[in-house]
Design a protein around this ligand. Structure first.
Ligand SMILES: NC(=O)c1ccc[n+]([C@@H]2O[C@H](COP(=O)([O-])OP(=O)(O)OC[C@H]3O[C@@H](n4cnc5c(N)ncnc54)[C@H](O)[C@@H]3O)[C@@H](O)[C@H]2O)c1
Length: 310
């Protein structure tokens, strides 16, 4: 599929749909925007232009010319290479949408949902070819944040998932493909774990909302904007790497907080993978980049202070 000649349908023109439409149009794709809300076109066109202008080096005039607007899914998906579905996060609605896509879109079109957490098996229950349902989950704002989390159903051909990976990469996106589907995928499971605990801590009166945010921004926010949790552990565990920190610090913490300890088998797997991706003899180099990134994030926070509440 040649990106320049690709035509996509963006179905559902709310927050994420407009963001995707802006991204695709700026990158030269023809975009059929579709929503069932009466009279949505004017607002959507304006919103997409505003978002397109936020994309570095965008030719907004050209991008707007790439857009066509529809209220019929049947018409919007005719002749497209890919459908990016952005309807409400409700299984019944998405199931009907995917049945319609299968019926009206070309047989070789990629059928992709932006869903935040509904697995392909649930999206495809009304399809004759359920293996065609795929996930291309962006992170809001989708026109700016580069990563797309990809996931096929358990029967989706590998080649189909690779076709989707190539499509996004050709459009300049970074892809992360899950080995198997799971509700909430990876980003939202991580986010949910953190936010659930934040709500629990405030709810129990341990800390207030403001102090929790302050703590987060000055600690984990800086760290995790720079490197991920496993490289953090590999660097923080001294000569023992991730396994060292898991045994010395995480295991007693898990026990005191009432969580199951990590099994020896999982620890072996984590050690094998952390040393494969982050070799111990490269720790100095990784630590240097971590610190440069952390300083850069701290500078950005300092130069862009939050407004006062009054
Ligand atoms: N908002 C986020 O931060 C975010 C981030 C990543 C993924 N997502 C996912 O993207 C999807 C859309 O979320 P959103 O926040 O843009 O929702 P939204 O409510 O802003 O937009 C949904 C749009 O879908 C339209 N719609 C409803 N039924 C339709 C149909 N049958 N055909 C065409 N359009 C229809 C609605 O009129 C509305 O404009 C959800 O699956 C959500 O989980 C959202």
């Amino acid at each position: 599929m040649n990106k320049k000649e690709s035509k996509v349908a963006v179905v559902g023109a709310g927050v994420i749909g407009c963001s995707w439409a802006a991204y695709y149009a700026v990158h030269g794709l023809q975009v059929n925007v579709c929503d069932i809300q009466e009279g949505y076109q004017e607002h959507a066109r304006e919103r997409i232009s505003v978002l397109a202008a936020e994309i570095p080096n965008a030719d907004v005039k050209m991008a707007v010319k790439q857009l066509s607007f529809f209220t019929s899914v049947e018409e919007a998906v005719a002749g497209v290479d890919l459908i990016q579905e952005n309807g409400p996060e409700r299984k019944a609605i998405k199931q009907q949408m995917f049945a319609d896509f299968e019926r009206y879109a070309p047989e070789d079109a990629l059928l992709v949902s932006s869903s935040s957490g509904i697995v392909p098996e649930d999206l495809s229950v009304r399809m004759k070819t359920p293996e065609r349902a795929l996930i291309g989950h962006p992170v809001n704002p989708a026109h700016l944040l580069p990563v797309v989390e990809i996931c096929g159903g358990k029967d989706s051909p590998k080649a189909l998932v690779e076709q989707l990976e190539n499509f996004y990469r050709d459009c300049g996106r970074v892809t992360a493909t899950l080995n198997k589907p799971i509700e909430g995928f990876v980003t939202n499971r991580l986010q949910t774990a953190l936010v659930r605990e934040a709500i629990h801590l405030v709810g129990k009166g341990v800390v207030n909302v403001h102090d929790l945010d302050q703590l987060f921004m000055a600690s984990l926010g800086v760290r995790w904007a720079s490197i991920g949790p496993f490289l953090t552990g590999q660097l923080g565990g001294g000569t023992g790497g991730f396994r060292g920190i898991a045994e010395k610090i995480l295991t007693p913490l898990f026990t005191s907080m009432g969580y199951e300890p990590v099994s020896g088998e999982t620890l072996d797997m984590l050690e094998q993978q952390t040393t494969e991706y982050y070799p111990m003899d490269k720790m100095k180099e990784f630590a240097k980049v971590r610190d440069e990134r952390q300083k850069a994030v701290l500078d950005i926070q300092k130069n862009h202070p939050l407004p006062n509440k009054t």
